[in-house]
Design a protein around this ligand. Structure first.
Ligand SMILES: Nc1nc2c(c(=O)[nH]1)N[C@H]1C(S)=C(S)[C@@H](COP(=O)(O)OP(=O)(O)OC[C@H]3O[C@@H](n4cnc5c(N)ncnc54)[C@H](O)[C@@H]3O)O[C@H]1N2
Ligand code: MOO
Length: 401
């Protein structure tokens, strides 16, 4: 049995982002990872633009004592004034409109008066360049807007649009096959016979995989038969899956077959058990480029193991930042000393008005309890052999997705 840290290193150590790429429209691009640099196809703004509603003029014509100026036309966004502003002249202008030739400043309309004959009389002085956004102040054609490997935020998508790109080349989502195993399992909505239960973990694990940027290949439920599980593994390999995840059958009972399948298929084993609670029977390995993760069957064990190991792996394969996100918090109640396995206690957090993050372990921690898991928003991390700790002491948590 190895430590959580060693297991994490063995699983993620040599894992690299997928190399397959695809083109997606901007509307589908948020959350994807750029496969190549995005260069600006245009300069923004493409012209000197007014930042305010007012008058385009020569700054020297708006100095005290103020003289009336002749308004010779209008420049609106999308409809430029084609002429030139000469001394003693001004052009009515609106935000985003091109600044006409000859003008070098904008007088905002709040600082201007129009006389009865239509002349413009400035009320405040302006300086050269005032309220003008110069061409290219945001970016210039040919400059790198977004680098390869960028996880596309909403802002990044807007920037790519502004740079003139209707589509972006991104990394393909890693293909993650998810297989539930167990003779007792039926799908949600199906009749549940005596001694049967509903397969729930695969839905939770699939949701987590997708939240991490993966694409799920749902393999359904396999009975406790080595040949059936092995057939799913073979199909995942031939379908080019990046990861094959099993749920259940990871422990030591007569019907726990994942270890046997891994052996028969000559999986290069990373580890077979991890010193953690819940989730001790957790297996991982690889066949060529395909990673294998054997999650334990108990629902909370399955989800905790997937949060700590599968989620960072999928993020790595997807090219996303993959570090396990832990946060400092303050214990909201006393906790007893811990045993030999790292403990990940299902907990609820509360952000106090002063910014302190308080974490309260939930009262029941049995690994079969999905009601408790779903009520939790964080895992309180208790290292092996941690001494008893009191409310108010510092601790660390992992956020649940
Ligand atoms: N003698 C020992 N027994 C067990 C050990 C051990 O070290 N020695 N470890 C225990 C721990 S810890 C866990 S966790 C479980 C994990 O066992 P398996 O991975 O083999 O899981 P199963 O036996 O297949 O199932 C356990 C439990 O979870 C239910 N299950 C399975 N799959 C699903 C699913 N997709 N959705 C919902 N529920 C599922 C299954 O019906 C069982 O109730 O082993 C302990 N035993
Ligand atoms: O890990 Mo088992 O996950 O302790 O129930």
């Amino acid at each position: 049995m190895i430590s959580v840290e060693d297991a994490y290193q063995r699983l993620l150590g040599a894992a690299e982002p997928v190399r397959r790429t695809e083109s997606v429209s901007l509307r589908e691009a948020a959350g994807r990872v750029l496969a190549e640099d995005v260069l600006a196809k245009r300069t923004q703004p493409g012209f000197d633009a007014s930042a305010m509603d007012g008058y385009a003029l020569r700054a020297e014509d708006a100095q005290a004592p103020f003289r009336p100026l002749r308004v010779i036309g209008e420049s609106a966004a999308g409809r430029a004034f084609e002429g030139r502003v000469e001394p003693g002249e001004a052009v009515r202008i609106f935000t985003g409109a091109p600044v006409p030739e000859g003008a070098d400043a904008i007088l905002i309309q709040e600082d201007a008066e129009r006389s009865e004959d239509g002349a413009l009389v400035p009320k405040e002085e302006v300086s050269t360049g005032q309220h003008i956004r110069s061409a290219g102040v945001d970016f210039s054609a040919g400059s790198i807007l977004l680098g390869q490997g960028t996880l596309l935020s909403s802002g990044a998508v807007a920037l790519a649009a502004s740079g003139g790109h209707p589509h972006l080349t991104v990394l393909a989502r890693p293909k993650v096959a998810v297989l539930a195993t167990g003779d007792e399992l039926v799908s949600p909505g199906e009749p549940v016979g005596p001694s049967q239960i509903v397969a729930s973990n695969s839905y939770g694990v699939a949701a987590l995989v997708e939240a991490c940027g993966g694409s799920v290949v749902d393999c359904g439920i396999a009975p406790d038969r080595e040949d059936e599980i092995a057939a799913h593994l073979d199909r995942a390999l031939s379908d080019g899956c990046d990861c094959f995840v099993t749920i259940g059958g990871a422990s030591v009972g007569d019907h726990d077959l994942i270890g046997k399948v891994f052996e028969a298929k000559k999986v290069e084993i990373a580890f077979l058990k991890v010193a953690m609670r819940p989730g001790k029977p957790l297996m991982a390995g690889r066949i060529g480029d395909m990673r294998l993760v054997g999650l334990p069957g108990n629902p909370a064990s399955s989800m905790v193991a997937a949060t700590l190991f599968l989620a960072p792996l999928v993020r790595r394969l997807a090219g996303r930042p993959d570090a396990l996100l832990t946060r400092a918090a303050i214990l909201g109640s006393d906790v007893p000393e811990n045993g030999t396995r790292a403990d990940f206690m299902r907990s609820k957090t509360e952000l106090r008005a002063d910014g302190t993050l308080i974490v309260m372990p939930l009262p029941r921690q049995d690994s079969s309890l999905l009601s408790i898991y779903a009520a939790a928003d964080a895992l309180l991390m208790r290292p092996p052999h941690a001494p008893a700790a009191r409310a108010g002491e510092a601790c660390h948590i992992v956020d649940l997705v």
